[in-house]
Design a protein around this ligand. Structure first.
Ligand code: DX5
Ligand code: ZN
Length: 230
């Protein structure tokens, strides 16, 4: 990649076939994917319920993918130990869901997982400014969390740009992840704005084969760098 920056595509498990999750994980690995984005919903923080630690534990047994675990859960500090034990590599909690965000992130780090924080579309970046040095990743939600297949909220692009500037100014190495309504049409703009990790659910799983879809996403991301001459 011309800029030397690695772009990661993280397919969202929410759009995978839940009847054959193990096979889906294997297919992703065979297709060259490195990450799986695991959406955990509690029916309280978001109006939907998905999967919990036992499923993560089961998938872990047969997968070498990087388990990027997005906890859309109220008071996530109650569950970070369980997800770390189940095999999550990264645990992402919502800033809106926990009062003691710094403590929760420090706990995730102590457990040997990578700490990350997600921000709902309306939540200001100021929530995480002072945490940046200790965060592996910040997740910019570009839809209101709870469901796959929603439309990208346009102001998220400006938010990514501002976060990129904030991270650079802090001299931090924090990754920027974007989740919600990510498609081949907007992927170049997202990377151009500063995104490192692109989550894609419906726009990925509905268009097999996975290796070709993965290649297409990455090609579009890389092409934008080439146009910029970087
Ligand atoms: C939404 C979830 C997303 C979702 C993305 O609440 O956090 O990860 O699965 O799905 P798409 O890519 O279809 O918007
Ligand atoms: Zn998600």
């Amino acid at each position: 990649m011309s800029q030397g920056k690695e772009i990661i595509l993280a397919p969202s498990i929410l759009s995978a076939d839940f009847c054959r999750l193990g096979e889906e994980m294997n297919a992703l690995e065979e297709a060259g994917l490195k990450w799986i984005h695991i959406d955990v919903m509690d029916g309280a923080f978001v109006p939907n319920i998905s999967i919990g630690p036992p499923v993560v534990e089961c998938l872990r047994k047969n997968s070498n993918l990087f388990f990027d675990t997005h906890l859309m859960v109220d008071r996530p500090e109650r569950y970070v130990d369980d997800f770390a034990k189940a095999g999550s590599d990264l645990i992402c909690v919502h800033a809106e869901a926990t009062v003691h965000l710094e403590r929760t992130c420090a706990r995730i780090d102590d457990l040997g997982a990578k700490p990350a924080v997600a921000l709902n579309p309306h939540t200001p970046l100021e929530m995480i400014r002072y945490l940046l040095p200790q965060l592996h990743m910040v997740l910019i939600m570009s839809v209101n969390p709870g469901f796959g297949g929603q439309a990208f909220i346009p102001f998220s692009l400006q938010k990514i740009r501002e976060l990129r500037a904030m991270i650079d100014e802090a001299g931090a190495r924090t990754l920027i992840q974007v989740d919600g309504g990510v498609t081949p049409e907007n992927v170049a703009d997202l990377v151009d704005a500063g995104a490192d990790v692109l989550v894609s659910g419906s726009s990925f799983f509905k268009f097999p084969p996975y290796d070709k879809r993965h290649e297409m996403f990455l090609f579009l991301a890389e092409n934008r760098f080439a146009q910029d001459g970087m």
